[in-house]
Design a protein around this ligand. Structure first.
Ligand code: CTP
Length: 387
């Protein structure tokens, strides 16, 4: 263990982490902060998500934290991992330090309890393979056996061993996500192995659920343009969906859900299929699907759109007229009152929605006038010059 402390643990977390480390030591268990939190602390960035790794049983430590600061704990049984949400707002992922082996590519690993060094080596990139002690005698002391600090300083994403992408193809997405987020580059060997992984189609080894989860994490990133561009360059986007690419509309929306909606609409006819392939909540999928239908039809909607649907459609169709996304000015009832019946009603409605989208009618009165002009004579289906 090195004596220097290049990273400091933010003051506000010190008391909690020191207490956990002290309790761990009482149990004869070594305790560390690991993963992205160390990287973020090194940058001086705050994070509410801290991964802790213990060379011993995690159960009593998770219990200790919840008892002491209040909150909840949830056990992920297959790996003896605890997600602890403290009432202080801090989220702790507490794991038993372990070694991992992958029975088959792309499936979850088999794990064996082990030491901190193995626990760092099983991770995705050197930048995330850095530990800080939380034990009382060495609190805050750095353990960096794989050159995390050096790679972070140089802005490099580097996998720890050549089988990394095969073991866990989600790391292909993670590599471009972190590189894009921080403006880093892939180490030459890592880049070569990523290209090989694309050639060998490793992402197809993942379930659609896992791939969706990784892609939605990318969707949350501020630097999404840079990340999608890298994915395009490496030929990775085709695994998410063929034809998917950066769309300027993504710059015009604010939320992650809206971004997904923009992607769906930007794919045109294939949007619905792409949306179905993304394993998102039913209600969200439905809301986006309705926006996609309007976007595809280029007609004002018959029913009111939600603010999210409007944001998505406006992002994909910039310059859309003021009333384009208002519910159609006329209802079937209005048209019946004008004496229309049967298919002439749907033709007139369709005509109205289209003209409203195009900005050619901007009030109910306008719309009524146009219907009277276009559909006034008994058998006319509306093929009269538009207003
Ligand atoms: N990890 C890994 N391989 C994965 C996923 C995670 O090795 N496929 C490890 C990394 O060490 C990572 C840690 O588990 O740092 C925690 O995972 P996650 O929370 O996804 O990573 P963060 O680095 O914290 O990412 P973010 O900054 O986006 O929260």
């Amino acid at each position: 263990m090195k004596g220097k402390n290049p990273v400091s643990i933010p003051k506000k977390y010190q008391e909690i982490l020191f207490s956990i480390g002290t309790y761990a030591e009482k149990l004869g268990t070594k305790a560390w902060i690991v993963g992205g939190a160390v990287r973020d602390f090194y940058f001086g960035r705050d994070t509410l998500d801290i991964d802790l790794s213990f060379e011993g049983n995690v159960d009593p430590l998770a219990g200790f934290a919840v008892k002491r600061w209040g909150g909840s704990k949830h056990k992920f049984s297959q790996f003896s991992t605890f997600r602890v949400n403290l009432t202080t707002g801090l989220k702790l992922d507490m794991v038993r330090a372990r070694r991992e082996s992958y029975p088959r590519a792309g499936v979850l690993p088999e794990v064996t309890p082990s030491c901190i060094k193995d626990d760092l080596f099983r991770r995705d990139f050197t930048a995330n393979s850095w530990a800080l002690s939380i034990m009382p005698g060495s609190f805050g002391v750095s353990f960096d056996p794989f050159g995390a600090q050096k790679d972070i300083d140089a802005g490099i994403i580097r996998i720890l061993h050549p089988k990394s992408f095969l073991d866990d193809p989600t790391r292909m997405c993670r590599a471009v996500r972190f590189a894009g987020r921080f403006g880093w580059k892939l180490a030459p060997k890592t880049e070569e192995l990523l290209k090989e992984a694309v050639k060998q189609q490793y992402p197809l080894l993942l379930s659609r659920e896992r791939l969706t989860r990784e892609f939605l994490k990318i969707n949350k990133e501020k630097e999404i343009k840079r990340i999608l561009e890298m994915m395009r360059m490496y030929g990775m986007l085709q695994f998410v969906y063929p034809g998917l690419e950066w769309h300027d509309g993504l710059n015009r929306v604010k939320t992650v859900d809206e971004r997904l909606g923009v992607m769906v609409c930007s794919l045109g006819k294939s949007g619905e299929e792409f949306l179905k392939s993304m394993r998102v909540k039913k209600e969200l999928a439905q809301e986006i699907l309705e926006a996609w239908k309007v976007s595809e039809s280029c007609h004002a909607p018959l029913r009111a759109l939600t603010p999210m649907q409007q944001a998505i459609i406006r992002a994909v169709h910039p310059g859309l007229k003021k009333y384009a996304l208002e519910p159609c000015f006329l209802r079937g009832r209005d048209l019946k009152e004008l004496g229309l019946a049967g298919r002439r009603i749907s033709c007139a409605l369709e005509r109205c929605c289209r003209m409203q989208w195009d900005g050619k009618v901007s009030s109910r009165e306008d719309a009524l006038k146009i219907v009277q002009v276009c559909f006034g004579s008994p058998n006319c289906m509306g093929d009269v010059p538009s207003a």
